[in-house]
Design a protein around this ligand. Structure first.
Ligand SMILES: [Fe+2]
Ligand SMILES: [Fe+2]
Length: 175
């Protein structure tokens, strides 16, 4: 049985995961409009993952005898100054989500709700992976740069990641 405070917090997390999905889908659309199809498919795939995070929470709240409730979801930003800006924002956003998960874990633990505490461990591990993923992309952007061919390589790499493949080497690209 979930406490009303925890139901409220879990519902807020449902909202945040939904927002994350919308944010990445919007970013994907921006990338596609700029001809960055690799970045676009990577972000669209990630938007689907966020929807899975939302659904997993949704199911948990309902299974636990409470009611999952959808709130108003804020519109995500739609304009970005470039690819670096997009991925800087994804990284900042993931850090914000990690903070929200940590607050939830803390509330479950202090409220002695060990079932929810256990359930949330999946999200703790997932946030670690996601922060690592976006930090890695950001580091690559810093390293390669987004000027000239840099942008092309970044787009190729993210396209390969979206397909779950190794990114092509510069030699393979240049043929
Ligand atoms: Fe998520
Ligand atoms: Fe995420």
């Amino acid at each position: 049985m979930l406490s009303p405070q925890l139901v409220e917090k879990l519902n807020a997390q449902i909202n945040l995961e939904y927002y994350s999905s919308n944010l990445y889908l919007q970013m994907s659309s921006w990338c596609e409009a700029k001809g960055l199809n690799g970045c676009a498919s990577f972000l669209a795939r990630h938007a689907e993952e966020e929807m899975e995070h939302m659904k997993k929470l949704w199911a948990y709240v309902n299974e636990t005898g409470a009611m999952a409730r959808m709130g108003a979801i804020e519109a995500p930003p739609a304009e970005f100054s470039g690819v670096r800006d997009v991925f800087q924002q994804t990284y900042e956003h993931e850090k914000r989500v990690t903070g929200a998960i940590n607050d939830l874990v803390d509330a479950a633990f202090t409220g002695k709700d060990y079932s929810t505490f256990h359930f949330l461990q999946w999200y703790v591990a997932e946030q670690h992976e996601e922060e690592k993923l976006f930090k890695d992309i950001l580091d690559k952007i810093e390293l390669i740069g987004t000027e000239g061919q840099g942008l092309f390589y970044i787009d190729r790499e993210l396209g390969a990641r979206a397909r779950g493949q190794q990114p092509p080497t510069p030699d393979e690209i240049q043929g």
